[in-house]
Design a protein around this ligand. Structure first.
Ligand SMILES: [Zn+2]
Ligand SMILES: [Zn+2]
Length: 327
């Protein structure tokens, strides 16, 4: 089978032996397609993933071999994510599931940018779902990233009807804004790129160019989905005193939120990383009910074009890449 591996600063297509269950529990799935996540880009650009790594975890796939206690069967089209919390450790008991050691160590083998992957029984039981019939494969590939947004919203614990500002309207920001609205918030989004502002407006959510924002506007919660260090100042400018900033992206220079600003303004700055199985369930419901619309956000590439998908994402030529793997 074909798989896309990191090799000396490039993504190359490599032929590797086919996968089979060989008596194991779980499933072998044929990947229909896989979304390219911002975290894959960070791992690639910052060389955090070693040579031979196969990235990709926003998977839509078809079951081709199965040995499981679940009700999944051969031919089922599913969507899945990669990490599963243990439910018992100090992190899990305190709601920080994405810090759980088990969570970090569970993975799909070899990775989503492959023709086939192996899912463990644990994946099937906890994070795999039948793809809703009304969703295209591409829409279903947003199941995991939207789960991350759901988690960020829950972690912020804003009251209903709070004012929320989303800073950065890439695909994550566009989803975050719609999900916040679905959670009953009064939402506004901002970005420097006019086309992105327009996308959110067309989805019925208020959006502005950062340069044209009312300087007196203040949000109860700011969701930082921009990967730019400069956006930190935008967040600090528009969060109300006593408000919350949810950090949802790494930034290249790792600039921080100023100590005295947090102190004198009584701000809460919190991070949110990766979703729990419950967040993923909520994500599925938001996609299926079309409270969060994602059609048209992705540009489709074949597996052979994956390097271009990475390059186009890195250079901001596109918002989101979807690697269509089964032709
Ligand atoms: Zn992701
Ligand atoms: Zn745990």
């Amino acid at each position: 089978m074909k798989t896309a591996v990191i090799n000396k600063g490039k993504i190359v297509i490599k032929e590797v032996p086919d996968i089979s269950l060989n008596g194991r529990e779980g499933a072998v799935v044929r990947v229909l397609g896989c979304g390219l996540c911002g975290s894959d880009i960070v791992k690639f650009v910052q060389k955090l993933a070693k040579d031979g790594t196969v990235l990709g975890h926003e998977i839509v796939a078809e079951i081709v071999e199965i040995n499981s206690k679940t009700n999944f069967k051969i031919g089922d089209e599913i969507m899945t994510s990669h990490h599963i919390p243990c439910g018992e450790c100090v992190y899990c008991r305190n709601g920080n599931v994405s810090m759980c050691e088990h969570f970090k160590s569970t993975n799909i083998v070899p990775g989503g940018f492959s023709e086939y992957v192996y899912l463990t029984e644990e994946h099937l039981q906890n994070v795999a779902h039948i793809k809703p019939e009304n969703l295209t494969d591409i829409e279903a590939s947003f199941y995991e990233p939207l789960g991350c947004c759901v988690r960020a919203i829950k972690r912020a614990q804003l009251r209903g009807n709070s004012t929320a500002l989303v800073v950065g309207l890439g695909s994550i920001g566009i989803m975050m804004a719609q999900a916040l609205k679905a959670f009953g918030m009064d939402v506004m989004g901002c970005d420097l790129i006019p086309a992105r502002v327009n996308i959110l407006r067309e989805l019925g959510v208020a959006a502005f160019n950062v340069k044209e924002m009312d300087p007196t506007f203040k949000a109860d919660g700011v969701f930082m989905t921009s990967g730019s260090d400069k956006a930190i100042n935008t967040a600090l400018k528009y969060v109300r005193n006593g408000g919350k900033i949810v950090v949802f992206s790494s930034t290249p220079n790792n600039w921080g939120y100023a100590n005295n600003e947090i102190y004198y303004r009584e701000l809460t700055v919190l991070g949110s990383y990766s979703p729990s199985p419950v967040d993923l369930q909520d994500s599925k419901n938001l996609l299926r009910s079309r409270q969060v619309k994602v059609d048209g956000l992705s540009v489709v590439y074949s597996l052979d074009e994956i390097q271009k998908a990475f390059d186009d994402t890195i250079n901001n030529r596109i918002m989101k890449a979807y690697i269509k793997i089964k032709e």
